[in-house]
Design a protein around this ligand. Structure first.
Ligand SMILES: Cc1cc2nc3c(=O)[nH]c(=O)nc-3n(C[C@H](O)[C@H](O)[C@H](O)COP(=O)(O)OP(=O)(O)OC[C@H]3O[C@@H](n4cnc5c(N)ncnc54)[C@H](O)[C@@H]3O)c2cc1C
Ligand SMILES: Cc1cc2nc3c(=O)[nH]c(=O)nc-3n(C[C@H](O)[C@H](O)[C@H](O)COP(=O)(O)O)c2cc1C
Ligand SMILES: *[C@@H]1O[C@H](CO)[C@@H](O)[C@H](O)[C@H]1NC(C)=O
Ligand SMILES: *[C@@H]1O[C@H](CO)[C@@H](O)[C@H](O)[C@H]1NC(C)=O
Ligand SMILES: *[C@@H]1O[C@H](CO)[C@@H](O)[C@H](O)[C@H]1NC(C)=O
Length: 684
């Protein structure tokens, strides 16, 4: 290969990337921003952040930790702790969030050798095989584990949670093993579990891994195991008869209880203390002909001290629709008004949701009652069915013992939990046998949903915009997205009677309603999806569907800081009817930003052949290559499955073709761009 100027550019790029590679951690930390480091301060007061101290004071001898972003790893970790406790009564288990402990001492884990029997870690993966955001400190700790035998004699077990449509499948769990075992000398017991969301087998993988883990623990530590499937409550359940004003009616934080109702909320706001943001405005983006709904919503954050940056994510805490709550209460013959309190049996564990509260509130605001059903949970029901109901017991066992049967009869049918009970038997009095304490401990808690912010902190300082596609399009599936239908009802409140499901927009004690303004509990989560620092740097944005959301923010940024910037936006949708922000691009942004070029691919327009963004990118390969050579940053947002991969492949093809280099070299170049922070993905 002779070195013409272009090859030289590629080479320079590669050299730069190698230099930068060695500094990757610095860059990573820099990209994370300093704010994310502060998030670790939000721990429950009173408990120690010192891991060894917590182990010793509470006389624990078995450690189970998790790193989780949206709570899946947390759910599985807690489930494991519970099952392990039921099986091996003599183990003194400490189960906790990695975020809640300090990892600033180099020997934090090393000190545990001989103090605990083993450390089990549940870890989910994000980004490019990275740890979830709350694990920044733990990540630093691992990178500083220098001595090769620091963890010698410390048995560890790892269960990873991931999604195989991503390139770095369970990358975080793998890295955990590399650092702890290969480098620091800990002993890996068993194999790394690798949960895979994409094929919905996280639960199956967990069950298989857990069974092996139990065998190993039994042998390794000479224990005798009982039956872990028998339900044993983690909390002491009591009826609550105190004053009503301390009873939670859906408030997500103590700060919102009646006693504090006149208080001004100044944050800092996060998932456990969200901000009740007024919905300043909202509108439907799709035309009626599209048969789809996409809600544009603007939240007012003035006076809240909330700061966001263009490219961040907004977390929204949803509630369940009234119809589903009723269905659940009815199927399980629950008395929604029963007020109860929970007390921890083990002080190192934590409550699933704020208490005292009543059953209806817990079902409406705190539990995920509509989502996919867990096979293990259905299996556990058998223990509550009396011997006299042999048929029902049989049916439960039949449906839950084989993963394939369960998948076919429950998951593929989109059944929710109460549906599933009805399917097993519509006449059996489930409520007479299944204790509420089992349900409240076993059903996962309701999690926030995230949306890419579609506004700009430069242009829209006091507002946060989101762009949410409503999950209601398939009438046969009968699955309605919990959060998006809530947003849809707020937007279409005048026509609420035409909507399939309904929410209590007033919220707990009318907290979400002031005059005619509706509020929702929100919080901002930092992302690494950032425009280049230099506003002159060209950018190439690829965001079909709601993947366009953060790019609307980017473009609004450029209206303020550099209207001359070179920008390409590749957008895609079905046809003109679901063309998001169609008029904004043509009437506002394109006229104001003279070097913005928007390319739109229609995939279902009867008048033109099916077109996806990749095709338009190939059409623009000269312009793309030119921008890349000028140092352009590339951003991909939206569907992580096929889209992100095909876009990557397309870019590789373009580079290889235009630079006349082979595919491997083009791949190297794209890799280098990624390491340089010039290729960003925000995919879900
Ligand atoms: C970082 C990030 C950014 C995001 N940005 C955006 C954005 O800008 N815009 C946007 O529209 N979305 C975005 N999303 C997706 C968004 O967070 C939500 O996942 C989406 O809106 C659906 O939420 P929901 O509560 O309405 O649906 P959910 O109730 O969570 O349901 C989601 C899906 O789960 C399945 N499901 C539910 N119940 C069952 C059942 N019983 N059986 C089988 N399957 C079931 C169905 O397929 C259903 O459609 C983003 C996600 C992430 C992680
Ligand atoms: C934005 C995003 C990025 C992700 N990146 C990866 C990845 O690179 N590799 C992987 O195996 N899984 C990836 N996943 C899947 C998650 O790890 C998986 O859904 C996991 O169950 C989440 O666990 P948590 O709720 O505890 O955070 C990603 C998920 C999301 C939403
Ligand atoms: C379960 O699904 C059915 C029908 O799809 C619905 O009527 C019911 O309200 C749902 N129940 C819950 C608890 O989500
Ligand atoms: C796994 O990732 C793909 C691609 O983003 C996504 O379509 C799918 O919904 C994910 N699976 C789950 C269960 O989150
Ligand atoms: C693009 O694909 C190549 C291999 O085909 C891979 O090495 C690279 O990491 C991918 N990049 C992204 C951003 O997915």
């Amino acid at each position: 290969m002779s070195l013409d100027p272009l090859d030289l550019a590629v080479l320079c790029c590669l050299v730069a990337s190698v230099v930068l590679y060695t500094k990757k951690d610095d860059i990573f930390n820099f990209l994370k921003g300093s704010d994310s480091l502060d998030s670790s301060i939000g721990v429950s007061s009173g408990s120690s952040r010192d891991l060894l101290e917590t182990v010793l004071t509470n006389k624990k001898d078995f450690l189970i930790l998790y790193g989780s972003q949206t709570g899946t790893a947390e759910d599985y970790c807690k489930k494991f702790a519970k099952e392990l406790h039921s099986k091996f009564k003599e183990l003194q288990i400490l189960c906790g969030d990695l975020e809640n402990f300090d990892f600033d001492q180099p020997n934090t884990l090393g000190d545990l050798v001989d103090k605990v029997k083993a450390v089990v870690i549940f870890m989910s993966t994000y980004g490019e095989g990275e740890f979830p955001d709350p694990c920044v400190n733990f990540d630093d700790y691992l990178n500083n584990l220098l001595e090769s035998d620091e963890l010698k004699g410390l048995p560890i077990m790892i269960f990873g949670l991931g999604n195989s449509t991503y390139e770095f499948f369970n990358g975080a769990a793998k890295r955990l093993k590399e650092k702890l075992v290969d480098e620091a000398g800990a002993t890996l017991l068993g194999e790394i579990g690798a949960g895979d969301d994409s094929v919905g087998n996280t639960e199956e993988e967990y069950v298989a891994w857990k069974d092996k883990a139990f065998d190993i623990i039994e042998k390794e530590f000479g224990l005798e195991g009982g039956d872990s499937s028998i339900f044993e409550p983690m909390y002491d359940y009591t009826k609550f008869e105190g004053k009503d004003d301390v009873v939670y009616k859906g408030e997500l934080n103590k700060q919102y209880l009646s006693a504090n109702s006149n208080k001004k909320h100044i944050g800092p706001f996060d998932q456990s203390y969200p901000y009740l943001a007024p919905v300043a405005s909202s509108y439907e983006i799709c035309a009626p002909e599209s048969n789809r709904n996409c809600v544009h919503m603007e939240f007012d954050i003035s006076g809240s001290n909330i700061k966001y940056e263009t490219g961040d994510h907004l977390g929204i805490m949803p509630q369940n629709p009234q119809e589903n709550v009723k269905h659940f209460l009815k199927t399980l013959s629950l008395n929604g008004d029963e007020v109860f309190d929970l007390k921890l049996k083990d002080l190192t564990s934590s409550l699933p949701f704020p208490v005292p509260t009543n059953i209806e509130t817990a079902i409406t605001y705190y539990l995920e009652i509509t989502g996919p059903v867990s096979r293990q949970m259905i299996g556990q029901l058998a223990q509550f069915v009396p011997e006299s109901e042999e048929k029902i017991k049989q049916k439960i066992i039949e449906i839950s013992s084989d993963p394939n049967t369960f998948h076919k009869e429950v998951i593929e049918q989109n059944l929710n939990f109460s549906n599933c009970l009805e399917q097993i038997s519509a006449t059996f009095a489930w409520g007479d046998y299944i204790p509420w304490t089992f349900l409240l401990e076993t059903i996962p808690t309701l999690k926030p949903r995230f949306y890419s912010i579609s506004s700009s902190n430069l242009k829209d300082q006091d507002k946060i915009h989101i762009t949410a596609m409503v999950e209601n399009s398939d009438p046969n599936k009968k699955v309605y997205g919990v959060t998006t239908n809530l947003l849809n009802q707020i937007q279409k409140r005048e026509q609420a009677d035409q909507l399939p499901i309904h929410y209590n927009l007033e919220g707990p004690r009318s907290l979400y309603q002031t005059n005619s303004i509706t509020k929702l509990p929100i919080f901002v989560r930092k992302s690494t999806f950032r425009l280049p620092k230099n506003p002159e740097t060209p950018i190439i944005m690829i965001g079909p569907g709601t993947g366009v959301a953060p790019f609307r923010g980017f473009i609004r940024d450029r209206l303020i800081d550099n209207p001359d910037a070179d920008m390409m936006l590749f957008y895609g949708c079905r046809n003109a009817h679901d063309h998001l922000y169609k008029n904004e691009w043509s009437d506002e942004y394109e006229p104001a930003l003279k070097n913005l070029k928007v390319f739109t691919a229609y995939s279902r327009d009867p008048n033109i052949p099916k077109t996806y963004v990749q095709k338009l990118m190939l059409d623009q390969k000269d312009a793309i290559m030119e921008a890349l050579m000028k140092g352009a940053f590339v951003y991909v947002c939206g569907d992580a499955g096929t889209m992100a991969k095909q876009v990557n492949d397309t870019l590789i093809t373009i580079v290889s073709d235009k630079q006349n280099i082979d595919i491997t070299q083009a791949q190297e170049m794209m890799k280098a761009m990624k390491l340089n922070g010039r290729y960003h993905e925000d995919v879900w």
